[in-house]
Design a protein. Structure first.
Length: 397
């Protein structure tokens, strides 16, 4: 299947437009990285605590941020998690001095901040564990039963809360639907209340782990570029490898710049996406280089610029088909994949576009520019190195 046949687009004739486009987006990204948002690292790299919260109704992120600030949890990043109808928020808390010691520390601080004013002497039934429910029940002993019976009832209550109500009870009376005796419900009301949210998970990354992940991510990217440079050096020539690596570096810079400009966090999944687009862009560039190498042998009388133009036109249909289908796939992932996959899919959306563009507008023109520069250097060097007599004989002829 082909979209285009016998196209004759002068890609190299538009190289200055391509250069301007690349400069604008590369410089904009660099300026954002250096002076504006910098590189917005996710919790994987900078360390901190992620708190996943489900609310009974649509949450107000400004209200959440203000409550966290009052509790001393400043500079928290808050974003919607999963589909909007589930009313779930992801609270990203910065690194604190105690974060490496106890995962529950910042989680408990976040719970206290979101609860606001708490009824005196009572605990939040939506955010407690089995031990916190069993102990007061055993102390009040409303059923005059053994301690293990209250352990079973506590587990029954929390199992109902988590499985049937997704962690959120609207009132303490709701536990009657789990088959809990009325006397236990009355006892619960003496020691518990219910809030309008439930913290269902918390994750923590220490500072040492974050720094190690940063180093490994940088090394993984550099190793991949170096490996591809060596591969292309042996398969083609050194200039082919340099041109391809420069194009991939161009793609990576613009992609990271896009994250900085939009202030999107770079996480481990984003690094995986960047490494994926490095391979994708390199593969697309190799396809064009392969056709150039074949045409150099077949079209010896034509200039390299004409050969490169024809090679790009010959592979254009293949490029549109593969890149277009891949782009539609990652675009669907970005639009419908949910908040968790937004960073990963956003990197691929940008990367597919820029990677396809760079194979045509960066790698190929760089190859031609180098060959033209080398040809001019040889022409300049020949008169200086050639014997004067030999030059006179050629002139007479």
């Amino acid at each position: 299947m082909e979209f285009f046949r016998n196209t004759n687009i002068d890609f190299l004739g538009r190289k200055w437009y391509f250069l301007s486009f690349s400069l604008i987006f590369s410089v904009a990204g660099l300026l954002s990285i250096l002076f504006w948002h910098h590189i917005p690292l996710g919790v994987d790299f900078r360390g901190g605590t992620l708190v996943y919260v489900k609310f009974a109704s649509a949450p107000d992120e400004n209200h959440i941020r203000a409550a966290l600030d009052r509790a001393g949890l400043h500079n928290a990043r808050i974003q919607s998690y999963d589909v909007a109808s589930r009313n779930q928020e992801l609270i990203d808390l910065p690194q604190t001095a105690t974060v490496g010691a106890d995962v529950s520390h910042d989680k408990n601080l976040a719970i206290q901040a979101l609860q606001g004013e708490v009824p005196s002497g009572k605990s939040d039934l939506n955010n407690v564990g089995v031990d916190a429910v069993r102990a007061p029940l055993a102390l009040r002993d409303p059923l005059h039963a053994a301690a293990q019976d209250y352990d079973r009832i506590a587990r029954q209550i929390l199992d109902f809360r988590d499985r049937q109500r997704e962690g959120l009870l609207n009132s303490i009376d709701d536990v009657q639907q789990a088959g809990v005796p009325a006397a236990v419900v009355d006892a619960l009301k003496q020691d518990f209340f219910v809030s309008n949210f439930h913290v269902f998970n918390a994750e923590i990354v220490g500072p040492q782990v974050g720094k190690q992940l940063q180093r490994q991510a940088i090394l993984a990217t550099l190793y991949s570029l170096a490996g591809m440079l060596v591969y292309l050096w042996f398969r083609f020539e050194m200039i082919y490898g340099v041109a391809a690596v420069v194009a991939v570096f161009h793609d990576t810079l613009i992609t990271i710049g896009a994250f900085s400009l939009t202030n999107r966090e770079i996480t481990l999944t984003v690094i995986a996406a960047i490494l994926t687009l490095v391979g994708y862009s390199m593969n697309d560039t190799i396809v064009v280089f392969d056709r150039i190498r074949e045409n150099v042998k077949l079209m010896r009388r034509e200039s390299l610029a004409e050969i490169v133009n024809k090679s790009i036109n010959q592979t254009l249909s293949r490029t549109i088909l593969t890149s277009g289908l891949t782009f539609l796939t990652v675009l669907s992932l970005y639009l419908f994949g949910g908040e968790v996959l937004h960073g990963f899919s956003f990197a691929l959306v940008i990367g597919i576009i820029i990677g396809t563009y760079s194979s045509i507008a960066v790698a190929a023109p760089m190859l031609v520019a180098y060959q033209d520069w080398r040809g001019q250097s040889k022409r300049v060097a020949m008169p200086a190195s050639a014997p004067a007599g030999r030059g006179k004989v050629r002139a007479k002829a």
